[in-house]
Design a protein around this ligand. Sequence first.
Ligand code: KG4
Ligand code: ZN
Length: 343
Amino acid sequence: MRVLGIETSCDETGVAIYDSEAGLLGDALYSQIAVHAEYGGVVPELASRDHVRKLLPLVNEVLQQAGMQGSELDAVAYTAGPGLIGALMVGASTGRAMALAWGIPAIGVHHMEGHLLAPMLEEQPPAFPFVALLVSGGHTQLVQVDGIGEYTLLGESLDDAAGEAFDKAAKMIGLNYPGGPEVARLAAQGDQSRFRFPRPMTDRPGLDFSFSGLKTFTLNTANDLRVEGELSDKDRCDIAAAFENAVVDTLAIKCRRALQQTGFKQLIIAGGVSANQRLRDRLEAMVKKERAALFYARPRFCTDNGAMIAYAGCQRLMAGQSSDLSIQCQPRWPMDTLPSIAL
Ligand code: KG4
Ligand code: ZN
């Protein structure tokens, strides 16, 4: 089955074609970072308009990569939520309309399920069951995954998501949006031992997270060091290192607990923050001690992309699921309400 995947939930227009036999046949991505950078974050109205501009050219591009006509596709998968409603509606209505024109089924895909399944696109995919750490700009969740659509939420952030915390910390030390990669870049040059930032909620049992205290701590540290409103380059790097270290440690402690609690021996990490090298290194060390294995997607498929939507949609379509002609997007959509594909 060959599925066109469309991702437009936030600030990336992603399109890909996934073939259940041959794997990825085409994959194109347009990032709107430049559009939003001057505002310091995503402006929803601008995001929707930019998706409108880019989506069809990208569809053409991936069809060319795959050497196919649209009419040769078997189905269309589009992100139906969670995300920005205007942005979601662009991908959903375009995807649904193309499927109608080509006389093929379409399916609305859950964005976080897309992230969660992205490591399946790699050469050595994990096998069910596993523990998943989903760390993106909007979500931080630990999930027990027994199969596709068999999700048990083990813990989640009570306030900011990990990616959001990275973005806010970046802003505090004068870095551009999106802050995660920028903080990581500076952190690599920073002195990790200069500051000790808190590891929130690690001193009590449970698998929930909270990053707002860490955010305040970061702000206070930065403010104490400012001279005439400015931070030195060294201070910025050292703060970035301390912040990244604290987030990574916190995530690693909870991941270890989740492995111990479930008895599972496989951990997958997915979502934008899973591209973070220090997180990958820390978790590699942790799973080794737990005699478990770590899985993640290549960096391009950690952040938003069309391939993960094509893949997730394909799995559900092959199980006989599809969405009807009325387009329904859900800006908020708990992942544990998804049906199992075994049903
Ligand atoms: O999954 P994603 O592309 O979009 C959402 O679904 O939210 O995640 C974006 C988030 C942003 O907050 C970004 O700062 C963060 O992922 N991010 C990173 C890195 N790359 C992206 N955070 C830390 N280190 C990175 N290397
Ligand atoms: Zn995402």
